[in-house]
Structure formats: structure tokens, C-alpha cells
Design a protein around this ligand. Structure first.
Ligand SMILES: [Zn+2]
Length: 238
């Protein structure tokens, strides 16, 4: 079937995928019919990622990314290095993937969407895709991405995922104030992510009429199950 999406950066994009509105695969492959030129996706070398594990086609620090996002991604990683935060980067993946989104609900369960993933436009990267809870170990890095025009997927239950919210053609190193402001924003976004997950669990346990204490330990088990389930799902992100 055909879909149409008004992309915040590119305008109306028309795409096609196999299936019907009622019956299609989560993350189905898409073909872009109009509104986006894939030739804008070009390789960029991120020196800080040489020697760090890459997946989904990322090798020796080479990323496929929309050319208008190159400068700001380069600056993200030079800032991460300057701030001694590269120790929190274990793996990088998921740049180009022509498919539908693969969203998660607040419980970390897989849900479906007919909207195209930003990985299809080469404007999204996934950091630490194998870490628990959809990559929550990215939390110490998020403010740097925010300061350089990226959105953080923690706001939609996918903390491994960072995507370009606005192109910055001539990025400048963020000021101390800007970094501090983004740190507070990231910390709030992360807290909301954790609360959503916890809140949902508590309410489902209450409806099952079990005590809070028993419920909490039950949720811990659920956490483990979820992380196990996601462990091998390298590209499990919108
Ligand atoms: Zn992603």
C-alpha cells in the first residue's frame, strides 16, 4: 500500500510498502516514491568511532548520513570526546534503514506504525543498541546531541535513538550554559521515560490485585525478560 507523511524536515514524502492498513509487518521495508532524494545520504567518517563496535553497515567509524547532518554529527562526537563521554559509547548502529518505524510502548513492548522511520532518511543513529531498556546507557550522552540539533528517542521510549530535528549547516561548539540547559532537559526526558515504564507497571499490578511489594519484585523479573527479548534486536527502534 502507499503512505504519505508530512516530514518536518523534507515535507510530503510518499512511500510504498507491502500489505494493507490492517495487515502489514512491523518495520516493513519501504520504497520512497517521491519527496525525498536518497542520493543526499552520504558517508561521513567519525574518527571517535574508529575501533568501536559498529552494526547496520557502520564500519571503522564510517556512517551513512544525510549530508546536511554531517557537520553536526561530527561536532557531537568531538564534543563527546572533549567532555570525556566517549567511555559511554559501546556501539553505534542503525543509520540507513529503508523501513517503517518500529515503535515501543511505555512498557518496552513492540508496537506497529505505518509511518516511515527516520532511518529511511539517513537522519537517525542508534547508540548502544544492545544495552538494556532500548539503550538506556545513552543517558549521559543525550545532552550533547540535544545541544546540536538532535532529538532523543527516550521521549518515545527508545533511548538508543537520536535523530536530526533541525539541520545545522555551520554548527558551533555549544556554550557551557547551553550544555547545562540541555543536561537538565535530558535528565527530565530520561526521568519521564523511567516513570512511564514504572507507572504502567504499577497500575497493571494494582488491577491484578497484588500487593505493591510483590508487584515490584514481579516487575523486576519483567525487566529481565524484556532485556533478554531485546538483546538481539539490533535495529529495534522507530
Ligand atoms: Zn533508531
Amino acid at each position: 500500500m502507499q503512505g504519505s507523511y508530512n516530514h518536518p524536515l523534507f515535507g510530503t514524502v510518499v512511500y510504498e510498502f507491502e500489505g494493507t492498513e490492517e495487515n502489514y509487518d512491523r518495520g516493513a521495508e519501504i520504497t520512497i516514491i517521491s519527496g525525498f532524494d536518497s542520493r543526499a545520504i552520504k558517508k561521513v567518517l567519525i574518527p571517535q568511532l574508529v575501533g568501536i563496535k559498529g552494526s547496520d553497515g557502520i564500519k571503522d567509524g564510517w556512517f551513512g548520513l544525510h549530508e546536511r547532518g554531517h557537520a553536526q554529527l561530527e561536532m557531537v562526537f568531538s564534543e563527546l570526546e572533549r567532555l570525556d563521554l566517549m567511555k559511554h559509547v559501546d556501539e553505534a548502529g542503525g543509520t540507513i534503514n529503508r523501513r517503517l518505524r518500529k515503535p515501543f510502548n511505555a512498557l518496552g513492548q513492540k508496537v506497529k506504525s505505518t509511518l516511515p522511520s527516520n532511518h529511511a532518511f539517513g537522519i537517525a543513529v542508534d547508540i548502544n543498541p544492545d544495552a538494556p531498556n532500548q539503550g538506556e546507557t545513552t543517558a549521559p550522552l543525550a545532552h550533547v546531541f540535544l545541544a546540536l540539533g538532535f532529538n532523543w528517542g527516550a521521549t518515545f521510549n527508545d533511548p538508543m535513538h537520536f535523530e536530526v530535528a533541525k539541520f545545522i549547516d555551520d554548527p558551533q561548539p555549544p556554550t557551557l550554559n547551553e550544555l547545562e540547559r540541555c543536561k537538565q532537559l535530558a535528565s527530565k526526558q530520561f526521568q519521564d521515560f523511567v516513570d512511564r515504564r514504572r507507572g504502567k507497571r504499577k497500575s497493571s499490578s494494582l488491577s491484578a490485585s497484588v500487593g505493591i511489594v510483590a508487584a515490584d519484585s514481579e516487575f523486576e523479573n519483567e525487566d529481565q525478560d524484556l532485556s533478554l527479548e531485546d538483546e538481539h534486536d539490533h535495529d529495534a527502534q522507530p
